[in-house]
Design a binder for this molecule. Structure first.
Ligand SMILES: [Zn+2]
Length: 451
């Protein structure tokens, strides 16, 4: 059995029973973490030197549309309700060919791996079954752990969004699941639901029932704008038609406009929330749901959302999401005419939201999210000894505040090195690069986007 040993690092396990260990080793066998501790020397294991480095669990991006990677940098000045709906959902996604899904997914996954994210929920909008097949090929070829999320096709916004009464394409979903996802240990299936904000009550319920029938996670964009009242002339509806169907297999992306009592109820039912703070702050989704989920006794997971807009690096999201919440909490204290004498959430919290909370949101917390014997070996090794990161007095703060992707030396997914000595190991990074760039130029040109 192939063995690897990560040696002599500062191991931030995030497992409460193991804690943080100095000068420790992580022994990996056949993709599984088998032991963590001092002096685990094993002559048969391939060594990875981690002296002067921090070893921590791979990050989890709980909400991203990877196929937008080749249209990077077009949405930086966009709002959700105007340009994003018009240009992205109403135009560009309809122009995607299967190869564009492949190339966007592939390089989106490379960006993830390069920046220490080993698992992503890829919210996909395949125009045909073949588009879905190529999107899944990309995840497999990149070697990332992923929850492939089959959402509505991206070629007809009027049909699939805005009071849609058309259910998700069940036959395609079942076929793709059986042919490519079910038997792949690194992949699982989710359904990208439009939910009550975007489709009729019957359709919202039927999509969720289909996901349950497939034993798949349901992930839904909800509460990210005012439209349930402003567009349809209805009052705030909370979870509306799916209120009595909530459970741990339901994940809400954004959720900004939910009332506290609805968040309380949802957290009690085990619903997870994915907040994508940077995009939400820009595009007008509203205040991120972080504070309300914490108030309800839960914790959100972080996500990037759209790499057409922001970097795919999860480090930015865990820092921005935390600092924004601290700002709101500090401001509430100041408005009570008190000085701020402590911060509300800790660096450890945001790192956990980017790891174990993400894993929990995706139903993968038994497999990943902490460095724990018995879990799969999704591991990041970060250089804490260069002029930007040393001296590292607090490894968690080095990870959260001081490091950038250039410090990520080694990344393992399921025990396999996908990045070594600061470089991705996959040959496709070079061989597919020109096609990736061409795909982006074609999409932006054909869409007629003026930048
Ligand atoms: Zn999204």
């Amino acid at each position: 059995m192939p063995q690897t040993i990560i040696q002599d690092g500062t191991v931030v396990s995030l497992d409460p029973d193991i804690g943080t260990l100095e000068g420790a080793d992580v022994l990996i066998e056949d993709g599984e973490i088998v032991e963590i501790g001092g002096d685990l020397a094993d002559a048969n294991a391939e060594p990875i030197d981690a002296s002067g480095k921090i070893v921590f669990p791979g990050l989890v991006d709980s909400h991203i549309h990877l196929a937008q990677t080749q249209v990077r940098g077009i949405a930086g000045d966009w709002s959700l309700m105007n340009e994003y709906f018009d240009h992205m959902l109403g135009n560009i996604t309809g122009l995607y060919r299967p190869e564009d899904m492949y190339l966007g997914g592939l390089f989106g996954a490379f960006e993830k791996l390069h920046t220490g994210t080993t698992t992503a929920l890829d919210w996909s909008y395949p125009n045909t079954l073949e588009h879905g097949e190529r999107a899944v090929d990309a995840l497999q070829d990149a070697g990332i752990r992923a929850v492939y999320t089959y959402g509505p096709p991206g070629d007809d916004a009027a049909k699939w969004w805005f009071e849609s009464d058309v259910g998700l394409p069940e036959e395609n979903i079942r076929e793709l699941h059986e042919e490519a996802i079910r038997d792949d240990d690194l992949l699982s299936l989710a359904l990208g639901l439009r939910g009550p904000d975007f489709c009729t009550d019957e359709t919202a319920r039927a999509d969720l029932e289909l996901a349950r029938d497939l034993d798949a996670l349901s992930t839904i964009h909800m509460g990210a704008a005012l439209w349930p009242s402003s567009v349809y002339g209805e009052d705030y509806q909370g979870f509306g038609a799916i209120e009595d169907m909530l459970g741990p297999d339901v994940n809400v992306a954004h959720g900004n406009h939910f009332a506290q009592e609805d968040i309380d109820h949802a957290v009690e039912q085990g619903v997870s929330f994915s907040s994508t703070p940077e995009v939400e702050m820009q595009m007008g989704h509203g205040i991120p749901v972080t504070g309300k989920v914490l108030e309800a006794g839960g914790r959100p997971a972080w996500g990037v959302d759209v790499c057409s807009n922001v970097s795919g690096d999860m480090g930015s999201q865990m820092r921005i999401g935390m600092q924004l919440q601290r700002m709101f909490d500090n401001q509430a204290v100041l408005e009570g005419d008190e000085e701020v004498t402590e911060v509300s959430i800790a660096a450890r919290d945001t790192l956990e939201m980017a790891t174990i909370e993400g894993a929990r949101a995706l139903g993968l917390d038994d497999e990943i999210g902490t460095l724990t014997p018995g879990k799969r070996a999704d591991v990041v090794v970060l250089d804490a000894s260069d002029f930007m990161t040393a001296p590292s007095h607090s490894p968690i703060e080095t990870i959260v505040f001081q490091s950038d992707p250039s410090h990520i030396d080694t990344v393992l997914v399921d025990g396999e090195p996908v990045k070594r000595d600061g470089e991705l190991t996959n040959d496709l990074v070079e061989s597919e690069f020109d096609r990736f760039v061409e795909s982006g130029h074609r999409l932006v040109d054909e869409a007629g986007i003026e930048l």
